[in-house]
Design a protein around this ligand. Structure first.
Ligand code: PMP
Length: 348
């Protein structure tokens, strides 16, 4: 979901932004109008997340998936090994891509437990010569989320925050780089945000194309090429909305409450189940199964009749998945729980 207020504002401004007679879609990305939109979005994101001047904030294209190869290309910086946590489908994809460029050391691997839990630090194997450590704080498909930021000492820590960015405050200073595809908590697809410590920029693998060098984008205000202007503008409207909601502390309180009541409903029933270790359950993505998967289709159909949409689980996992990102109001979660209770009463 995107917040209704954001889409209404975009609708109001669609044909004429701020009396300019232009739609944002029609603006030159180098003109003063668009520059003010872009700069405000970056300033608001910096304020929301507490991002210091030690970091560049980039508004890129190619999604989180393009960061998977860009990370080793930019951040190996003369080293041969990188450390990766494997806690789900997205870590697995990041690892496969990194293996094309370097030796990947797996810190811990949750494959054997079907990505339902994460081993504790005493079982991690961090290498002593890693260029960086990569992890996926929230695995979107499996609904598996780290409870804390892993302590990896002085090695730059890189986080794929795609599905949990802006869901709560986070100490950016603990990271070498954070990246996130926009299409969950930031705005519509087409944009990927990268927050990178400036001292890590500039030493790329030989042969790295200019467009895949983070420094190119840092040096050019993310306008080396034409950025995804409309997605960037909408992201800015979302940042504004988040500030009006009380910022990330307020989002954290709300998101924790939304998730807690949905998990309580699942755990309190013999009809629904979520397999994830309760210490590592996602606030944003709640996968669950029905006692009898032959009822899945019926569940989805009846849910859709009540405007409870996109509940179908990921194709790799089956079952259901509730995506309860920032823009999902608490009433949406309440409506889902009521529907689930009713469905269980009729079919359980
Ligand atoms: N990482 C995570 C955690 C994701 O959830 C996704 C998308 N669902 C991706 C990476 C890939 O993002 P994109 O489609 O923007 O490349």
């Amino acid at each position: 979901m995107l917040p209704d207020a954001v889409m209404q504002k975009a609708q109001q401004e669609m044909l004429d932004w701020n009396g300019t007679g232009m739609s944002v879609m029609e603006m030159s990305h180098r003109g003063p109008e668009y520059t003010s939109i872009a700069e405000k979005a970056e300033a608001d994101l910096r304020e929301l997340m507490g991002i210091s001047d030690d970091y560049a904030v980039l508004f890129l294209q190619g999604g989180a998936s393009l960061q998977f190869p860009m990370i080793p290309m930019n951040l190996l910086r003369g080293k041969k090994t990188a450390d990766y946590f494997n806690t789900g489908a997205w870590s697995t994809k990041a690892i496969a891509e990194a293996r094309q460029f370097c030796k990947v050391n797996i810190v811990t691997d949750s494959t054997a437990n079907h990505f339902t839990t994460i081993a504790g630090p005493e079982q991690w194997s961090l290498s002593n010569d890693a260029a960086y450590v990569h992890y996926t704080p929230n695995e979107t498909i499996h609904g598996l989320e780290f409870a804390d930021i892993p302590d990896v000492g002085d090695v730059p820590l890189i986080a794929d925050l795609s599905s949990t960015i802006l869901s709560r405050p986070i100490d950016v200073s603990k990271f070498g780089m954070i990246y996130a595809g926009a299409q969950k908590n930031i705005g519509p697809a087409g944009l990927c945000i990268v927050i990178i410590r400036k001292d890590l920029l500039g030493e790329v693998l030989p042969g790295t194309p200019t467009m895949l060098n983070y420094k190119t984008h840092a040096d050019n205000g993310s306008m080396f090429n034409t950025p995804a202007t409309y997605s960037w503008y909408l992201a800015g409207l979302v940042f504004d909305w988040l500030k009006q909601q009380g910022g990330l502390e307020a989002m954290a309180t709300l998101n924790q409450r939304k998730a807690a009541k949905l998990y309580a409903a699942i755990d309190g029933s013999d009809f629904y189940a979520n397999p994830v270790d309760i210490r590592y359950r996602s606030w944003m993505n709640v996968p669950f199964t029905l006692a009898d998967d032959k009822l899945d289709k019926q569940f989805l159909q009846q849910a859709a009749e009540q405007h409870l949409l996109t509940l179908k689980g990921h194709r790799d996992l089956g079952g259901m998945r509730a995506s309860i990102y920032n823009a999902m109001p608490e009433e949406g979660v309440d409506a889902l729980i009521n529907f689930m209770n009713e469905f269980e009463r009729k079919n359980g």
